[in-house]
Each structure stands twice: as C-alpha cells, then as structure tokens.
Design a protein. Structure first.
Length: 375
C-alpha cells in the first residue's frame, strides 16, 4: 500500500493496533500455544462431542450497520467494537459473512487500507493489547464502496453465544480531511440451519495476527511467529489450518513484501505444506473502476478484495491424542535496502535505505492462523 508520508506512518508502527496479547492462562485448554510472547490464545469454542448435531434456526446476526471507521487526530475510531449474540446451540450448514463498505459524508478514504474483522476473546490494558481472533481480512478499495460475501462456516465454534466483534481499518483520514472521511462498515452473518458436510467442533488459535518482519537477519521470522505446540480436542477425527497472510512494505530489494512473490511454508510435525502467496487476478476480482494501482499483482491481496484463506488439511500429519507442533516460514531473503545494511543496495522506487513511511516501508507479512477440528 502506498500512502503519502503526510498521511500515514510506516505499516510496521501501525499493526500494533490489532496484535493479540498472548498466552492467557485463563483460556480453555484447546486455545493454547506455547504461551510465549507471540503465541496468542483465545476462545476455542465447544469441544468435540458425542451427540448428533441438531440443525439450528435460520438466523442473521448484524454486529455493524454502517459503523463509521475513521481517524481524526485525538478522535481515533480506527477500531470499533460491537456486541453480537450468536445462537448458542444448533448446527449450521452455511454461515456467510456479508461485509460491505460505504462512503460517509466527505467521501471514502482515497487510499487502499489493510482491514480486518475479528472476535475479541480477552481484554488487555488497552485495545491494542486485546486478544483478537481474525475472522476475515480485506483491503479497502481506492475511494469507492465495496461488498463481499465470505464463507465462515468452519468458524461456527467461536461464532456462538454473546461475543464482541471488532472492525479495524488502518485508515488515517476522517471528517474534514481532503482525502476522504473514512469508511462505513456493515457486517452481517447469515446463518442457514443444517448439518455441514464436516461439523467443526473447535477453533484453536495458532497465531493471532502477527507482524512478521521479512528480510532482516536481526529479526528472523521465527521470532515474530515462533513454533506452537497445540493440544488437540478429544474426539475430533479431522483437522485443518486456516491461514490469512498478506505481504506489505515497498521500496525494498525486489520491492518486497507487497510486490514480491514468495513461497510460505506451514510445517505440521515433520510435514511441510508450501504455498506461494500471490494474487495476479486483481483486475477481475477486485472492485472495478477504482483509482490507483488496483490492477497490479500483490502478495496475497488486491485493493478492494477480500483476502482468501489458505486452507490446509493436516489430518494425515497428526497422531491421535498427541499435541502437534506447527511452524511457519518464508523462503530465504535478505533486504539489503534497510537501515543498518552492511552495503545499501537493491532499493526500488528511487528510495534509500532509511524507512520514510511513504515510498519506503519495512517488508513484512501479516499472519494469522487457526486450527479447526471436525467431528
């Protein structure tokens, strides 16, 4: 995302607004991790049971109806929370998140912004320290409204009972700005009663949203997203990892991480699962008729499109009853266009080695992963 220096600080300084607090000992046993400083915990939902599921009643849950998300100095509404009451009982064959953006008076934000919808599972001293499980991620379009339908059926175990839903947009404009007044966010969950092909019984965070520095030997990927040892719920018969990962930062060597194509790996036990995180279909999948560079390929996202989850079936990798270790990695790369580089070289977009918050920002990946267990 390219933003003018006067409007936006480096993304690396901003993601702290949604980084999750880690290792909460009060969470249920299925919501673990190693308990280290980067291992985020949250509500794991119901455990695997022995009773046959019963279809729930068709329901629509709407936490946000044109909630205004914006930034205006001390009036900071980049994070907006809302209560929601999901059915506590019943099975649902499909849960579709209808997510839309409208323009407030003063117009939509002129820039493409990182955005997410999450579930607040534990409160910290500040909103930035809350534990938030990411439900969906999207990137706002340039200055026009947008709408998406996202299948979140497998997240039913955490979409249950009284919860707090969080909308976050990394916007730096608001009422009175010549660059737009932010966004109006609507989010509703359409729940169709019935039995899905695979019944999810637990959702366990592996990494809540982490800011993963890429290409700095002093900041290895494993420091930001350390391997996690996850306890599995009793009675489940299959498992999947659901990961959201997008690359950000520009002006670096190879113009990483927004504009460089890289292979990412999730290793479950001893088994690696590799995936190139790249979108080259923005011209046909993003909101049309935007301003800006919305048609360019990017690392896992497009301006004006929802981020597609990376789903991996890990059932064959798991030994019955045993905890499983899950690790994350990205192919080797050193960004020689960075502060402190022994030799400053490889810069793109006419930048130098200092991060200026505009054309040159630190290469990073934003990562979140949950493990889903099924009956």
């Amino acid at each position: 995302m390219r933003c003018p220096p006067a409007l936006v600080a480096p993304l690396g300084a901003l993601v702290l607004l949604s980084l999750a607090a880690c290792g909460d000992p009060d969470q249920s046993a299925g919501a673990g991790g190693s308990g280290g400083s980067s291992a985020s915990s949250g509500t794991a939902g119901s455990g695997a049971g022995t009773n046959a599921p019963v279809p729930g009643a068709d329901t629509i849950v709407t936490p946000f109806d044109k909630a205004h998300v914006y930034f205006a100095g001390e009036d900071n509404k980049r994070i907006v929370d809302a209560p929601a009451a999901f059915p506590a009982e019943g099975a649902y064959s499909q849960i579709i998140l209808h997510l839309s953006l409208d323009c407030p008076d003063g117009g939509c934000d002129a820039w493409d912004r990182f955005a997410s919808l999450g579930l607040v599972t534990a409160k910290g001293a500040t909103p930035e320290q809350d534990t938030v499980i990411e439900i969906a991620r999207y990137i706002t379009p340039y200055k026009v409204k947008a709408a998406w339908d996202i299948d979140v059926t497998d997240l039913r175990p955490i979409l249950s009972g009284e919860v707090t839903v969080r909308a976050f947009i990394d916007t730096w404009v608001g009422p009175g700005s010549p660059y737009g007044a932010g966004w109006l966010v609507t989010a509703s969950f359409e729940m169709k009663g019935g039995i899905p092909a695979k019944v999810p019984v637990a959702v366990t965070p592996v990494w809540n949203r982490q800011y993963v520095v890429y290409g700095d030997p002093l900041k290895p990927v494993s420091d930001s997203a350390p391997p996690q040892n996850i306890a599995l719920p009793a009675g489940a018969t299959s498992y999947a990892l659901r990961t959201l990962v997008t690359g950000h930062g520009q002006g670096n060597k190879d113009n990483c991480a927004e504009f460089c194509q890289r292979t990412h790996t999730l290793t479950v036990g001893a088994t690696p699962h590799a995936q190139q995180i790249w979108r080259d279909d923005c011209e046909t999948t993003a909101v049309p008729d935007q301003q800006g560079t919305w048609k360019y390929p990017r690392a896992g996202w497009c301006p004006g499109a929802d981020v597609r989850p990376w789903i991996v079936d890990i059932t064959p990798d798991i030994a019955a009853g045993a905890p499983v270790e899950i690790a994350y990695g990205v192919e080797e790369y050193e960004n020689t266009c960075r502060p402190g580089a022994a030799v400053c070289e490889g810069c793109t977009l006419g930048t130098g080695c200092d991060y200026d918050g505009g054309a040159h920002t630190e290469p990073n990946y934003q990562l979140s992963t949950v493990l889903i267990a099924y009956e």
